[in-house]
Design a protein around this ligand. Structure first.
Ligand SMILES: Nc1nc2c(ncn2[C@@H]2O[C@H](COP(=O)(O)OP(=O)(O)OP(=O)(O)O)[C@@H](O)[C@H]2O)c(=O)[nH]1
Ligand SMILES: [Zn+2]
Length: 203
């Protein structure tokens, strides 16, 4: 995947982050554990690559997700209906196996007075997904962050994802998706609002 400008020191051509010896050594140990020789030519640079890759996978730890919701618009022409960002692709890693979680999220809110730039919903998702996660917590953290910072009338988050720890190992069930949701405010209390937002999401 190409680096985006928000990757900071990870932008192609920028100086690479230094990898501490103990981190590289940990990867060498893992290579040995996997059954290979970390001193063979093809694997010599792998510990540093893996270490830097993990800085990318886990760059959400360096972000304050709420910061993305700090630029508020109060005037949006009296708009008072659902705002939905649908099928946002994301990647995360499960905290049990550190294996990829690959999926999509739909994030909706019903504004009271505060509205944010629509990209910010995806930024909040990425700030939480680029950490070690379980899908339930990821779903709740995204919803809670929007609820706490925008004080909307409702928040709805639905996430569908495939867990590599289930597809590439373990139970070995490719194609299985896990679905989680968090409904808050009107989407939790009012059945019509809940149905409306789920229909807009395509469920
Ligand atoms: N609820 C939940 N479970 C997850 C998530 N990601 C991974 N898991 C599960 O975490 C569980 C960890 O179970 P353990 O028995 O401790 O680990 P394990 O022996 O590797 O389990 P298996 O995956 O069944 O081989 C597994 O059932 C995984 O499928 C997630 O986001 N949410
Ligand atoms: Zn897992």
């Amino acid at each position: 995947m190409p680096c985006s400008p928000e990757d900071g020191d990870l932008v192609q051509g920028a100086p690479k982050v230094a990898v501490p010896d103990d981190v590289a050594e940990a990867v060498r140990t893992l290579i040995r554990w996997a059954g290979d020789d970390p001193d063979r030519e093809g694997l010599l640079d792998t510990p540093k690559r893996v270490a830097r890759a993990w800085r990318e996978y886990a760059r959400g730890y360096a972000e304050d997700p709420a910061h993305h919701l700090s630029r508020i618009f109060y005037e949006v022409g009296g708009y008072d209906e659902i705002v939905l960002l649908k099928d946002i692709p994301f990647q995360s890693h499960c905290e049990h196996h550190m294996a990829p979680i690959i999926g999509k999220a739909s994030i909706a809110y019903l504004p009271a007075d505060k509205v944010v730039g629509i990209s910010k919903l995806a930024r909040v998702l990425h700030a939480f997904s680029r950490r070690l996660q379980v899908q339930e917590r990821l779903t709740a953290e995204v919803a809670d962050c929007i609820w706490d910072n925008l004080n909307p009338k409702g928040v709805a988050v639905v996430i569908e994802a495939s867990h590599a720890c289930m597809t590439a190992r373990g139970v070995g069930t490719p194609g299985v998706m896990m679905t989680t949701s968090r409904m808050m405010g009107c989407f939790r209390e009012d059945e019509r609002s809940r149905k409306e937002v789920l229909a807009l999401m395509g469920y």
